[in-house]
Design a binder for this molecule. Structure first.
Ligand SMILES: Nc1ncnc2c1ncn2[C@@H]1O[C@H](COP(=O)(O)OP(=O)(O)OP(=O)(O)O)[C@@H](O)[C@H]1O
Length: 371
């Protein structure tokens, strides 16, 4: 997977949000958020509807003041600075272009407003139009553009003034899937070329995994895990992050033995071992990714469950097994096991190292409205 890497040796701290809190009435929407980003980095805020992503973005943009906390950009405390004095560009889901202006005038707008001489505006606008591949549409009214084209113009308009930071709030959510994927690749290329630091709000985990240097998984006004896509997927820090990102098997259980950094967990479908530290008797949630589980007894942890359903995914198949108490076991395999049919009792196995264990949430995590 190719990602725009942060410049070598770049330390976090180009953008720092510390202790951000925001309450609306009785609702605490941000509950002490800390976020530190390196120059040139692309970070996605990922989480279910209402978790506070947009509120955090608006605080960084200066469109809303935090009740507590600070925002520092490139060494300057901008917490109380108005939006237009922050050097921050914003692209929203709705394109918010000026409908009475053509594409070129929309992109030129920010430079004109800053009193940049006309001789410098022309080349800057042409460069941005070429970057977003909209040169051929420069004279067209923005009303005569498709959604994807309008969003390209919105990105060009935000970048033309050379902001230190670009904030994007679900910019592709109105686009169909194919166009959205094309725009993701394009935006990555554009930001790499300009080297702009960006914060990207999405509730679409595939989008976050595909685009980000790091992802901040948010829930209930907090960042649950901030890490690279690989870290977030392979070693999520919390049961929520594990459950929200990717498909997963989640089995409730109790620790029956613990020694030397390893635990044994009793689940409704069998005993499993994992590398973790919990006291015996602790209620836990065992987690396994679908591609880490195999049909058959090849690996050390073995459970038995009946096959409930098969979902063909083209090159792969997803096998769904039922565990008691409503838990579902998901296995991704290259092909259907011979003789597999609904109700077929199977041994499923997975490695001790691939078995994740979390403190049992009060209830299985509420994933909100996923993409
Ligand atoms: N100005 C406001 N006044 C009152 N409540 C607000 C205000 N802005 C946001 N909220 C509430 O704060 C919570 C978090 O909103 P926010 O827009 O940050 O969530 P989000 O994670 O971006 O969700 P979504 O993906 O649905 O946009 C929501 O419950 C929302 O209703």
């Amino acid at each position: 997977m190719e990602r725009a890497a942060s410049p070598p040796g770049a330390a976090p701290g180009f953008l720092t949000v510390s202790g951000a809190e925001k309450t609306f009435g009785a609702a605490r929407v941000l509950d002490g958020v800390d976020l530190s980003m390196a120059r040139g980095e692309f970070v996605s805020l990922l989480g279910p509807s209402g978790c506070g992503k947009t509120t955090l973005l608006r605080i960084v943009a200066g469109l809303m003041a935090p009740d507590r906390g600070r925002v520092v950009l490139d060494g300057q405390d901008i917490t109380r600075r108005p939006p237009h004095k922050r050097d921050v560009g914003v692209v929203f889901q709705s394109y918010a272009l000026f409908p009475h202006l053509d594409v070129r005038a929309n992109v030129a707008f920010g430079l004109k407003a800053r009193g940049v001489p006309a001789a410098r505006i022309g080349p800057a606008v042409e460069r941005l139009l070429s970057l977003v591949r909209m040169e051929a549409y420069a004279d067209r009214s923005v009303k005569a553009l498709s959604g994807g084209q309008q969003q390209r113009v919105a990105v060009a308009r935000a970048l033309v003034v050379g902001p230190k930071l670009l904030l994007l709030d679900e910019p592709f959510s109105a686009l169909d899937r194919k166009l959205r994927e094309a725009m993701q690749i394009d935006l990555k290329r554009i930001l790499r070329e300009v080297g702009t630091t960006a914060v990207f709000v999405t509730h679409d985990q595939d989008e976050a995994l595909a685009m980000s240097d790091r992802i901040a998984v948010m829930a209930g006004g907090r960042i649950e895990h901030l890490g690279t896509p690989e870290e977030i997927y392979e070693r999520p820090a919390t049961a929520f992050a594990f459950s929200f990102v990717g498909l997963s098997t989640r089995l409730p259980g109790h620790v029956s033995a613990a020694a030397g950094g390893e635990v044994v967990v009793d689940t409704a479908v069998g005993q499993v071992r994992a590398k973790a530290n919990f006291l015996p008797g602790s209620p836990v949630l065992v987690g396994v990714r679908p591609e880490r589980m195999v049909v058959g007894n090849a690996l050390a942890n073995r459970i038995v469950a009946p096959l409930a359903d098969v979902v063909f995914k083209g090159a792969r198949v997803q096998l769904l097994f039922h565990a008691p108490e409503g838990a579902e076991i998901v296995v991704e395999a290259a092909h259907l096991p011979p003789g597999a049919a609904s109700g077929y009792e199977s041994i499923l196995s997975f490695a001790v190292e691939d078995t994740l264990v979390y403190p049992a949430p009060d209830a299985l995590p509420d994933l909100g409205v996923a993409a």
